[in-house]
Write a protein that binds this ligand. Structure first.
Ligand SMILES: *Cc1c(COP(=O)(O)O)cnc(C)c1O
Length: 377
């Protein structure tokens, strides 16, 4: 038996290798490595896939957040509310622009931003006379955050709302697709994301013509009418043509892969429920299951047993953002981030990908059940 993969990019590649080879050869043939025709083609297909009016390809999921914040004019001293339990990119983007990431707690059921904690943080920031500008909500592990609730708070307070959908492309909320759930949505095509390329890549989605045109300029050095006309301070944040060509092929099998991820998640849910805390997807939502993350008080025992049984696992995330050395001087909601703290000590992610076989999944589940049960109190 071949070893179980945490994310099986090899099986995916074997499935579409001839198409990938042809797509790469196509770029080598036309030679337009920067802003070649595949970029526009990919943007059109991504807009189609999400239902967003505009999709803008860029260099990474992190740069996508930077671009969205720049389009909103975030600068020195601007407060942007960020969940404490997530990957560093959103906080990094805000801090990079001179802003202040203000950390908010998350909900243990969804792993996503807690609207009540957000409200408390806004009251805190108001008391401290800080300059509040916006919110970056994150769709952790593939499930959309509570955009109806967070969006209502944003509207009430006059704050912008950006969705960091690096992990949730393809997911839905009340039948609406990620990419359309708020004004600006960013995603990542890092290889291990649900839709990944073979390097770094990202995209931003919006229905707003004005924001879209600003971001199209920002990705190419703030260009105006032509390449050597610079109307604003921008970045070199273009996606490579080669990555777009690869993504165009991967996008054709992406809907089927999302279904396969859901099937794997359903099997985990019925097989692990009761032994460990399994992820809850809110009624009306779907997840793209970037990760299948369970919660257990003694995750160390699960981690050890999995290691012995050749089951790869990962901890997303072992340290909350307010506890990170680079971010521990930024403000935290007055209620604290107790749920984030607890999650950082109890979460563990299991192998999750569209090509996980039934016997492999059965082996994973019995390993987890045995170790969780044996150590449960
Ligand atoms: C992966 C990820 C990012 C950053 O994406 P890159 O393409 O690696 O820059 C941002 N936010 C979240 C939640 C992520 O998981």
């Amino acid at each position: 038996m071949s070893p179980i993969a945490f994310t099986d990019l090899k099986a995916q590649q074997e499935r579409i290798r001839p198409q990938l080879d042809a797509a790469i050869a196509g770029v080598l043939d036309h030679g337009r490595y920067i802003m070649g025709p595949e970029i526009g083609e990919l943007e059109a297909k991504l807009a189609d896939f999400t239902g967003a009016k505009h999709a803008i390809a860029c260099s990474s999921g992190t740069d996508a957040i930077v671009l969205a914040l720049m389009a909103k004019g975030v600068g020195i001293g601007d407060v942007v509310f960020i969940p404490a339990f997530t990957f560093v990119a959103a906080a990094e983007a805000v801090a990079f622009l001179g802003g202040i990431p203000f950390f908010v707690d998350v909900l243990s059921d969804s792993f996503n931003m807690d609207p009540a904690s957000l409200k408390l943080a806004i009251a805190d920031a108001r008391k401290a006379d800080l300059q509040m500008r916006g919110i970056v909500a994150v769709d952790l592990f593939g499930q959309p955050a509570d955009y109806p609730a967070i969006g209502a708070i944003a509207a009430e307070e006059g704050l912008f709302l950006i969705a960091d959908a690096a992990q949730s492309l393809g997911a839905t909320l009340d039948g609406r697709k990620v990419g359309t759930l708020c004004e600006l949505t960013t995603t990542s095509f890092f290889p291990a994301k649900p839709l990944g390329c073979y390097g770094d890549g990202g995209a931003i989605f919006t229905d707003d013509d004005q924001l879209a045109s600003v971001m199209r300029s920002l990705v190419i050095h703030g260009k105006g009418d032509h390449k050597y006309d610079n109307v604003r301070v921008g970045l070199n944040a273009r996606m490579d043509t080669l990555q777009a060509a690869i993504l165009l092929e991967k996008l054709t099998i992406f809907p089927g892969e999302l279904d396969a991820r859901k099937r794997v998640a359903d099997v985990y849910q019925s097989g692990l429920h009761g032994a460990v805390k399994t992820p809850k997807i809110a009624a009306g939502n779907t997840s793209s299951y970037a990760q299948y993350t369970i919660i257990h008080e003694r995750r160390g025992a699960i981690e050890q047993s999995c290691k012995s049984a050749d089951v790869p696992t990962a901890i997303y995330y072992p340290i909350t953002l307010p506890d990170q050395k680079a971010y521990n001087h930024f403000p935290i909601v007055s209620g604290g981030v107790l749920v984030s703290d607890q999650l950082s000590k109890t979460v563990i992610s299991l192998p999750m990908h569209p090509y996980l076989s039934e016997p492999d999944q059965a082996h994973i589940m019995s390993t987890v059940r045995n170790s969780a049960g044996a150590n449960d109190d």
